[in-house]
Design a protein around this ligand. Structure first.
Ligand code: RAM
Length: 359
């Protein structure tokens, strides 16, 4: 057994609760012996771009929320990529987007199970950090995807698109739809969500441009990525602000619930709605005139890149440092500042193109 393997398995032992795992971890032949006997022998912290991609790894996906169609699509992308790479996929996660303690315990479980890497979408960056650092101490590679932690709590972040682009373009889309005038509100996900909070900051930055001087952001509401709460929050916004002209909902759960509310109300087509949604969720609201245009990336591609990055990290091809490059599914990616890897540009969907997409 290599030193790193011993360090890893015995450190994991500290976190382990079962004797069976303890025996496996510090005695006999383990999965890690087999795995580490071939492939690269990269010292921690030094990337070897020529290292072969390891096979037989296990990568755990931990989304914000398992019963959210967005994450189902994203994680399926990860599963497919791992099958192609000869590694194993598993998914664990809470069913509520505000079950922060649940997410922490899933990280601990994956650590105890000694997965090779995990891909995590953070509900609450603060809460997850200690558990993720513990995972990394156990030589488990950590990538965040969709919703980041702070850079010291993971090896790399797979960003769906530049946060600045997303925040600014959502304001631009809505401003055009309401003729650059009137009250607007934001319907977000959980109050702690790193991704939504980052986008909202850029929305506020964009709104400082004098061309939006007649637009007023009156409230940010939180529907917690729960369909019913998001529906009620939309209803509440319109009761509180009867002159509301538009809503931005940067969450697939929120925008769908808001569209559902608006389409059955007197506000249909009058109060404009944009944000981030899946074409399959939003198709009917685009066709019935509730929504003009909204945007998103392909979640499956995000999951695919998260899986490929996890395997590249676990194989020692990359360490997550700025400037390192690697190939994932035929495309070359360069790791940016703070270990961020950008998937690309989002797509804007409207009546003209929505039927070309199926996710
Ligand atoms: C929801 C989640 C996810 C976000 C998408 C746009 O499904 O909040 O984190 O990226 O919306």
């Amino acid at each position: 057994m290599r030193t790193s393997s011993i360090r890893r398995t015995c450190a994991a032992l500290a976190a382990a609760t079962s004797l069976a795992l303890a025996v496996t971890a510090c005695g006999g032949t383990t999965k890690n012996d087999v795995k580490d006997s071939g492939g690269s022998n990269t010292a921690a912290g030094t990337a070897n771009p020529d290292a072969a991609l390891k096979k037989g790894l296990t990568v755990g996906f931990l989304p914000k929320q398992v019963n959210n169609p967005y994450f189902t699509t994203a994680d399926k992308g990860g599963e497919k990529a791992l099958a192609e790479l000869g590694s194993t996929y598993k998914e664990v996660g809470p069913s509520s987007a505000t079950d922060t303690a649940g997410q922490v315990s899933y990280v601990n479980t994956l650590t105890q199970q000694q997965v090779d890497a995990m891909a995590v979408s953070a509900q609450d960056p603060g809460a997850l950090c200690t558990a993720l650092k513990q995972a990394m101490k156990n030589d488990i590679k950590v990538v965040t995807y969709d919703s980041d932690t702070t850079p010291d709590c993971r090896n790399a972040f797979i960003s769906q698109a530049s946060g600045e682009d997303l925040g600014r373009t959502e304001v631009q889309l809505l401003a055009e739809q309401i003729g650059y005038k009137g009250e607007i509100a934001i319907l977000s996900a959980a109050q702690t969500a790193t991704n939504q909070n980052a986008w909202i900051e850029f929305m506020k930055e964009e709104l400082k441009d004098p061309k939006y001087k007649d637009i007023k952001l009156v409230k940010t509401a939180y529907g917690n990525d729960d369909a019913q709460q998001s529906f009620q929050q939309t209803q509440g916004l319109l009761q509180e602000y009867p002159n509301l002209k538009g809503i931005i909902s940067p969450t697939t759960v929120g925008i769908k619930a808001a569209a559902q509310y608006l389409s059955g109300s007197k506000y249909k087509g009058k109060v404009k709605l944009t944000g981030l949604g899946t074409p399959n969720d939003m198709r009917k609201y685009v066709k019935n005139g509730t929504v003009d245009a909204f945007e998103l990336w392909d979640p499956a591609k995000l999951g695919d890149l998260a899986a490929r990055t996890a395997v590249a990290l676990a194989s020692g091809q990359i360490t997550g440092k700025e400037g390192e490059t690697f190939k994932a599914g035929g495309t070359e990616y360069t790791i940016g500042k703070d270990g961020v890897i950008n998937l690309g540009k989002p797509t804007v969907f409207d009546a003209k193109n929505i039927d070309q997409f199926d996710f």
